[in-house]
Design a protein around this ligand. Structure first.
Ligand SMILES: [Zn+2]
Length: 286
């Protein structure tokens, strides 16, 4: 049985501190003239999404919405309860990482504005008319944008001459340590598209740890897996719905077992099987 610690909510003081951190990062992203940051494709997207909201982020109770973009107050409200859920795994997210995990959450939510789902009513309706998968797909993309942008920013701030290897180390910490911990906070309850998001996320984690498996894969290449109902055939799509890995027969056990571990909340065990899957699958030359 998994050991769950008590859910310790943020104090008022921590909410105030985190809000200050988020808005300092927001201001830096909006105003930075650093050419190395300006070359990040996610920065233009972030600026386009958030330039109207010059009052920055506020934390508020929002019911089931993660975020609410307020055109009138020109601020982006983030759901305090959702952020509490992200930060609740104190055994996984250390004190020093709490501000970074909160920043990732804020950037993830802000990129939803760029994706056209800044209004929660649109999220609900999209799930109704297009299916849940579209939101999980956009979630994976949004996390990719948030981690890529934050890795660039933290890399520059940590070392003025940050190189690719510094960035990759930071990216791994954000994508594997912090994002896995955050994802664990939202159980998937056998939801197939949330499973797809997790498997895609873990496939990208596997490639981060062993890039030689798929030469040429970059941290900006989002992987969206789709599989047959029997879990014996899988294909992998890009964020632009290009087929990266064509439909491929796989051992039913590999995929099924990975999905079962994810549904049981054990991403570490699932990760072993997803690594085997990535090792087996071959991306096609494009
Ligand atoms: Zn989201």
């Amino acid at each position: 049985m998994r050991f769950e610690r008590a859910w310790v909510k943020m104090t008022e003081a921590e909410i105030a501190r985190i809000t200050t951190v988020l808005n300092a990062t927001h201001a830096e992203l909006i105003r930075s003239q650093d050419p190395r940051l300006a070359s990040a494709p996610e920065l233009a997207l972030y600026r386009r999404a958030t330039s109207h909201y010059d009052r920055g982020f506020v934390l508020a109770e929002l019911g089931e919405a993660g975020m609410l973009a307020n055109s009138e107050t020109r601020s982006i409200s983030l759901n305090t309860t959702s952020l509490d859920a992200v930060l609740k795994r104190r055994e996984l997210i250390t004190e020093e990482d709490r501000d970074i995990a909160a920043t990732l959450f804020a950037l993830h939510e802000a990129f939803h504005i760029a994706q056209g789902i800044g209004d929660h009513a649109h999220v609900r309706r999209m799930k109704q008319i297009a299916g849940q998968w579209i939101i999980s797909f956009l979630d994976l993309q949004s996390t990719s944008c948030a981690v890529n942008l934050l890795a660039d920013l933290l890399g520059l701030n940590a070392l003025p001459d940050a190189n690719d290897s510094t960035r990759n180390k930071i990216f791994q910490r954000l994508w594997i340590d912090l994002s896995h911990a955050s994802l664990q906070s939202f159980p998937i309850y056998n939801n197939p598209s949330k499973c797809q998001r997790w498997v895609g996320h873990l496939m990208m984690s596997a490639l981060l740890l062993k890039p030689s498996l798929w030469p040429g894969w970059s941290t900006r290449d989002v992987l969206w897996p789709v599989w047959s109902i029997n879990e014996d055939e899988i294909a992998v799509l890009s964020k632009n719905i290009e087929v990266i890995v064509p439909p491929t027969k796989v051992s039913r056990a590999t995929l099924r077992v990975a999905v079962e571990h994810l549904c049981a909340g054990d991403d570490a065990k699932a990760f072993v099987h997803v690594c085997n899957l990535v090792e087996y699958l071959k991306p096609q030359r494009r």
